[in-house]
Design a protein around this ligand. Structure first.
Ligand SMILES: Cc1cc2nc3c(=O)[nH]c(=O)nc-3n(C[C@H](O)[C@H](O)[C@H](O)COP(=O)(O)OP(=O)(O)OC[C@H]3O[C@@H](n4cnc5c(N)ncnc54)[C@H](O)[C@@H]3O)c2cc1C
Length: 371
């Protein structure tokens, strides 16, 4: 029996689990290691905060997917790995040996300059922790007039979340303030000027107070570059991706930021029995953004390559498209379309996004009869 270990239940591994359900690999024992049996779909998180979705509507049941694919699910986290000895260590230091390892553990959020905020700090990742904590915070905001939430980081996720929080406050008539804090050049970086303008308009019209610059967490609140302080009740950190720190001692070749360096087959450039897809990796041959779009699209290629490497087939390349479509939720049922330098927006865009997102979660739901 060969041992294939799937680390993390991210976007790309959903495609791997679906492929295994369709075409089981003979003579291969597959294990999925995931800290949670359900995976929230990040694209729908802002809609959940805004109150458009319930939690079950945005969650994918990894346990059912694993059962359907005859994959053993280990509910645990990988805390270390040794690529030279072909093993990963779980949180209780148990060791799991593999013949082939596939990493889809996503990225983390670097909150080092906000840590002084203590309990007031709420990172967007892990998504599961955010989902657990947010309802309690909203309940406190209902009870306390003038509740202040700051979102630090104005990439797509930060903007969507700030608008979603503002919408949730308005919908529930919560007397609270929402801030969005980020350096000017980071505001929807990587998107065209039209999309950035639309997003800035939404932020202004929604009444989210925007502060430009790099903020730091202090005991008193959020220290702004002009010396002022926002006395926040909660700070949502949407400060961009950071690699999992346990990769540092893994023995894998990493890029200069600490992500797993992979080739066009999404195979580690240093260890040919390790594959990686999604936010955790970095392609050596070309650069493209860390996004759910690429994690999803790389999924079927990863599935084919894992099958090829254990059964002796030919590897496939993942060729990212030149432009990706992004649909940004704007609080109420409205969205911005961003595609290269083109942008558009409106209620129709929200309906489009809603259809795509529900479709994605629906495709990864298993009817009880299929188990
Ligand atoms: C609010 C928000 C909205 C977003 N919207 C979009 C969007 O509209 N479009 C888009 O393209 N991108 C979007 N993104 C970015 C997108 O979420 C990420 O790029 C994407 O999730 C990366 O997918 P992944 O498969 O690499 O990892 P993830 O989807 O993050 O999955 C990683 C999995 O690994 C598990 N895991 C983590 N650590 C370990 C460990 N040590 N051991 C075992 N398992 C582990 C996690 O529990 C998780 O299940 C958004 C992000 C956020 C936060």
């Amino acid at each position: 029996m060969k041992r294939l270990v799937l680390a993390g239940g991210g976007h790309a591994h959903l495609a791997v689990l679906s492929a295994l359900a369709r075409r089981p690999l003979k003579g291969v024992e597959v294990t999925l290691v995931t800290p949670a049996s359900k995976q929230a779909y990040s694209g729908m998180l802002p809609g959940w905060i805004a109150g458009h979705y319930t939690r079950p509507e945005i969650e994918i049941d990894l346990e059912s997917l694993a059962r359907r694919a005859d994959v053993t699910l280990l509910q645990d986290s990988i805390g270390a790995m040794d690529a030279n000895s072909r093993c990963v260590a779980l949180s209780d230091r148990r060791q799991l040996d593999y013949d082939v390892l596939s990493l889809d553990v996503g990225s983390e959020i670097d909150t080092s300059w906000l840590e002084t905020l203590g309990e007031r700090l709420l990172p967007l990742r892990p998504l599961g922790d955010f989902l657990e904590r947010w309802p309690g915070i909203l309940a406190r905001a209902r009870d306390r007039a003038g509740f202040q939430v700051a979102v630090v980081g104005a990439g797509a996720a930060g903007i969507e979340v700030a608008l979603a929080v503002r919408h949730a406050f308005d919908r529930e008539r919560i007397n609270g303030k929402v801030y969005l804090v980020a350096p000017r050049d980071k505001f929807l970086a990587g998107h065209g000027p039209g999309a950035r303008r639309r997003a800035a308009d939404w932020v202004r019209r929604a009444g989210v107070e925007r502060h430009v610059g790099h903020a730091v967490g202090t005991r008193e609140g959020l220290l702004l570059p002009d010396g002022g302080t926002i006395p926040v009740d909660r700070v949502i950190a949407a400060t961009g991706a950071a690699p999992p720190c346990w990769l540092q001692l893994s023995g894998l070749r990493l890029d200069e930021q600490g992500y797993v360096a992979v080739d066009s087959y999404h195979r580690s450039v240093s260890h040919n029995d390790v594959f990686a897809a999604g936010d955790v990796c970095s392609r050596e041959d070309r650069h493209f953004a860390r996004s759910g779009v690429h994690a999803v699209r790389a999924g079927p290629v990863l599935a084919a390559n894992l099958a090829a490497v254990v059964t002796g087939g030919t590897l496939r390349e993942y060729r990212p498209r030149r432009r990706s479509l992004y649909l940004l939720a704007c609080g109420p049922r409205n969205a911005i379309v961003s595609w290269g330098h083109l942008s558009a927006g409106g209620k129709w865009a929200w309906r489009w996004k809603d259809w795509i997102d529900r479709g994605f979660v629906g495709r990864h739901s298993v009817a009880p009869a299929a188990l």
